[in-house]
Design a protein around this ligand. Sequence first.
Ligand SMILES: C[S@@+](CC[C@H](N)C(=O)[O-])C[C@H]1O[C@@H](n2cnc3c(N)ncnc32)[C@H](O)[C@@H]1O
Length: 248
Amino acid sequence: MGRKNTVNQEYNDDYFNLLKCGWLDEDKDQIHMGGWKFTKNTLGKLRLNKNSYVLDICCGEGATLNWLYEKFGIKGTGIDKNKSSISFAKNNYPSTIEYKSIDLYNYKIERNKYDLIFGQDPDALGSYKRQVLFDNFFLGLKKDGIFIFNHWVPYIGCEEKQKKEFDKINIKAGYKSHINLNSDAYLLGLKKAGFKKIEIKNLSKGYENYYQKLLASYKKNKIDYSWLQDWLNFNKTSPAGVLFKCIK
Ligand SMILES: C[S@@+](CC[C@H](N)C(=O)[O-])C[C@H]1O[C@@H](n2cnc3c(N)ncnc32)[C@H](O)[C@@H]1O
């Protein structure tokens, strides 16, 4: 076996490079479930225009925001704590988008600014401290602004025992702050922040398909990222993978 990978130093360059090793041919620049097809189906259908302000939480290398800029002429902000991915975005996508390399937990959002806040596998939400972010995003949205994100966490109604099992998988992989990580906790947090019209979609099939492809690609490249196998085993008994859409 080749390199053994955990995310002990969460979201540093090693981690980002590890994710990029799993890029699927058709989905370069996208490090989330469903790649470009998913992005186009979810974000591409929203009503945006050149006056829209958009915030991408955990934007990675910024390709999605740049695509929204090219498609709709939006303005906006992309935030990721990985420094090299933000410098990639700044160097490759000069536009009306501002890219910031900062931990979202240290980000002071401008109030009532955004029409849309989105995250595609925004791992910052994994932290047990996530309520701060939900509250902040609520403040940052304009009235009727949309918050939408997808994540690889257990779906609504997961048994308590299984929720604990899922947390163990993440801790083992090095995601030290990822505790109480499941859709029920997200739903509670969104309601507490004040979001309404909360829509929830089970994406477990899509995630399973994506992670199987990633696992095959990692094996081919002799990279041992055992979190993927653990996630796939977990998904056999408790569906994981969710999309939330809600408004202020
Ligand atoms: C699975 S990647 C998704 C990247 C991007 N959304 C995409 O789909 O290509 C998760 C990203 O979350 C970022 N991240 C994790 N915790 C963060 C935090 N607290 N603040 C900002 N970014 C964070 C990581 O650096 C990484 O780029």
